[in-house]
Design a protein. Structure first.
Length: 257
């Protein structure tokens, strides 16, 4: 089932066309409503303070029951995108109250992130969190975890001709450090950013062999600081690594564009 939205710049009318595999009714029809209305809100078709169509209108547009529409509106409200009030309707909320760590909100917001500001913000959050987590991990890493980091570095150095393999070692290195920090909240946030943010990795399959070698060298500096139990240095190293790798990634994207 595919929803085609017409007259996006006009008042909130939605033209729905059903076809193909999506015509099979999903387990939770409310999530279909959530997805389509979230695109309209996050994409700017319905700006802040806009009032959504009434439930009967949405029922007609989607072809769903009022129960399904209410479920979808509830899911929108849970993510901070709208406020549902008896007698006043459903109103689009300011972006400042949206749950930007919700998988769906991140995914859709990044799709409309034309100036890359959200992407930059997410990388900054990752950098700050990993800096603090590396600082904490320095005094908490076990001998076995340090040995795993050392082995990881050796494996990275053998994977310059296989980006996917190299990328797996890269992610594993960071995961070991974050896990050793004991910061469950930070770990959850970074995992959410990685898993659901659709963030372009700091490296890409087009990265040069030299870039992969620099990444390995950065990881080695982080490892040496952690081995020395120097949390401040480990934090600085991982922060610099993420910042410089992201700057290089943006530079390459600009050139390719």
């Amino acid at each position: 089932m595919m929803f085609v939205m017409d007259n996006v710049s006009e008042s909130p009318g939605i033209s729905l066309v059903l076809d193909g595999p999506r015509s099979r009714r999903p387990a939770r029809l409310g999530t279909v409503v959530l997805e389509e209305l979230a695109h309209r809100i996050i994409g700017g078709a319905w700006p802040e303070a806009s009032v959504l169509p009434t439930e009967p209108t949405l029922c007609e547009q989607f072809g769903f029951s009022r129960t399904v529409i209410r479920d979808g509106l509830k899911l929108l409200e849970e993510r901070g995108l709208v406020r549902v009030e008896q007698g006043r309707g459903t109103t689009v909320q300011p972006r400042t109250v949206w749950n930007m760590l919700d998988p769906l909100v991140i995914r859709i917001a990044l799709a409309y992130d034309t100036d890359r500001s959200l992407l930059d913000n997410l990388v900054t959050v990752r950098r700050v969190l990993e800096q603090e987590m590396a600082r904490a991990a320095a005094s908490r890493l076990t001998k076995d975890e340090l040995a795993s980091l050392a082995e990881n570095l050796e494996q990275m150095a053998t994977a310059y001709d296989d980006y996917d393999r190299f990328r797996a070692f890269d992610l594993e290195f960071h995961a070991i450090v974050m896990g050793a920090s004991g910061n469950e909240v930070g770990l959850t946030i970074v995992r959410t950013i990685h898993a659901h943010g659709g963030i372009t990795p700091l490296l890409s399959s087009g990265s040069s062999r030299a870039a992969l070698k620099r990444t390995t060298a950065d990881h080695r500096a982080i490892y040496e600081a952690l081995s020395a139990r120097d949390g401040d240095l480990a934090g600085e190293c991982i922060s610099t690594h993420i910042a410089s790798a992201w700057a290089e990634r943006k530079r390459r994207r600009h050139i390719e564009a």
